[in-house]
Design a binder for this molecule. Sequence first.
Ligand SMILES: [Zn+2]
Length: 197
Amino acid sequence: MKRNLHRALVLPLILLMLTALQQCSYSQSSPPEKKKNNMDSTKKNNPAYSRTDSTKVNLTDEEWKKILPSEVYHIARQKGTERPWSSKFEHSKEIGTYYCAVCGNPLFKSDTKFESGCGWPSFYEPVTKGSIIYQPDNTHGMSRTEVLCGRCKSHLGHVFDDGPPPTGLRYCINGVVLDFEKAKEAEKKYKEGQEEE
Ligand SMILES: [Zn+2]
């Protein structure tokens, strides 16, 4: 009689423990929290990033490597090139400003963006003359003009003279090093216009 009672108590206890263990392993194998927006965390960890400060940024390669996400570092600081037709900005028609993703310097306005068909976001004119620095580039057996950010000297892309009027220039820019912000005013007006209709 006593033995039976013991068994009756132990069995549910074992079952309970097994369930608990199972639940525990379930919670462990659940997928990790989704990574937050890469750009936001970049800006937070990047003391050089500012949309208002125009003083030149001078960091060592080692410092950039620590601050920047690897794909931004590769293009901006090692003069890499993103795969053609890979940028979300290539066909974007949104109204706003394109900033340097490394330092926040305003580079191009959306109204100077055009479809060049070359596979990279293309513009015909920078925001100001000082937005960009030009440098001859004779690598890869070509004679090209490299464009760099006027504030942090990050590699952005190249400029060619087969662009549309009024400048005749085509700034061929890696989307990875661009940071876009929609024009708030333009967006507001557009919405107001829609409501009136
Ligand atoms: Zn920059």
